[in-house]
Design a protein around this ligand. Structure first.
Ligand code: SN0
Length: 315
């Protein structure tokens, strides 16, 4: 695998999930594969799970890991070409990415959207420029429009926990005080569509996800109807795509509660974390045995390890 930016870089999702489960069973089976290889992690935004699970995955494969937090530690970067750089930006992405390519064999990048300019966000310039100017294989650690490593871990978690051949999976919008990206739900839909599940997306009017990710995925505007008989409830807030980056209403009644979960078929509660307690989901759900958020977070290591192993093999 040369790069990992979306589900389109994976030929067989089921096979990759199976490999991730093998890494979980035998974490150090390939501990020499990444010997004398260096993974660079570049964060333009905050991270807890992605940062630590990617380090663990790379280290389990014998790689060295170096981390750059661009916000506080690095020079302010310029992205547009032909600019007279006499303002705040000290370094152009062309040199910065080229230097990363000198130091790293594989580069991971996290770059959230602005949520202001939809067209610009959809161009994925940050990660695209690093691909272009580093000349190295790049792994998305969450881009403006996608979070594929999260989705792979989600597929793995559903595969581990499913009790029926084709589970009903509900992606539900949930309230949040801040405007958040559509990256996690976009990716989740994209990966679920390649999995053997019945996917239903539920959200208030105005929070429709981009058609290029949804395609013909069913949308149910009645959250209670969507939850009926669900085997997995995946909660996530996102801001409006149509009125790009807006929070349309507070919609507090969309919080996931124990009462709502009672209508599911012993449904498991999933969330990518970080989660706002008693805003997105109430304590009663998060602290109940139906919550699988920690298993989901744990699986970030093994799913990333499966991706990095394939990328190391392609070096
Ligand atoms: C990010 C998002 O894309 O929604 C990362 C999720 C993996 N989440 C946040 O930025 C949450 C921030 C907050 O204030 O709760």
């Amino acid at each position: 695998m040369r790069q990992f930016l979306s589900v389109h870089d994976v030929d067989d999702v089921q096979a990759l999930v199976a490999e991730a489960r093998e890494h979980k069973a035998a974490p150090f089976a390939f501990e020499d594969l990444g010997r004398r290889r260096t993974m660079g992690l570049v964060f333009f935004n905050a991270s807890l799970r992605t940062r630590l699970s990617t380090q663990r995955a790379a280290q389990n494969l014998g790689m060295q890991v170096i981390v750059l937090n661009t916000g506080q530690d690095a020079w302010q970067l310029e992205f547009s070409d032909g600019t007279v750089m006499d303002g705040g930006s000290a370094e152009h992405i062309r040199e910065a990415a080229g230097v990363l390519g000198e130091y790293c064999d594989i580069i991971g990048v996290r770059a959230f959207p602005s949520l202001k300019d939809r067209t610009a966000d959809e161009r994925e310039e940050v990660i695209g420029n690093i691909v272009r100017f580093s000349g190295r294989p790049v792994v998305s650690l969450e881009s403006a429009t996608r979070h594929p490593l999260q989705s792979l871990a989600d597929c793995m978690t559903i595969e581990e926990l499913r009790t029926v051949p084709r589970p009903k999976v509900v992606l539900t919008w949930a309230p949040h005080p801040r405007a958040l990206p559509q990256a996690v739900p976009n990716s989740f839909v994209e990966w679920m569509r390649k999995s053997d599940v019945d996917l239903v997306v539920t959200h208030p009017e105005g929070y429709e996800l981009p058609p290029r990710f949804m395609e013909d995925t069913p949308v149910e505007y009645d959250q209670a109807a969507a939850f009926a008989g669900a085997h997995f409830v995946y909660a996530k807030n996102w801001s409006s795509y149509e009125r790009y980056g807006d929070i349309l209403r507070s919609d507090a009644e969309w919080m996931v509660t124990a009462e709502k979960m009672a209508a599911t078929d012993s449904g498991k509660f999933m969330h990518c974390l970080p989660v706002r307690r008693n805003v997105v989901v109430d304590d009663a759900v998060l602290d109940s045995p139906s919550s699988v958020v920690l298993q989901q977070a744990g699986n970030r290591i093994w799913s990333t390890q499966a991706v990095l192993k394939r990328m190391l093999e392609a070096l």
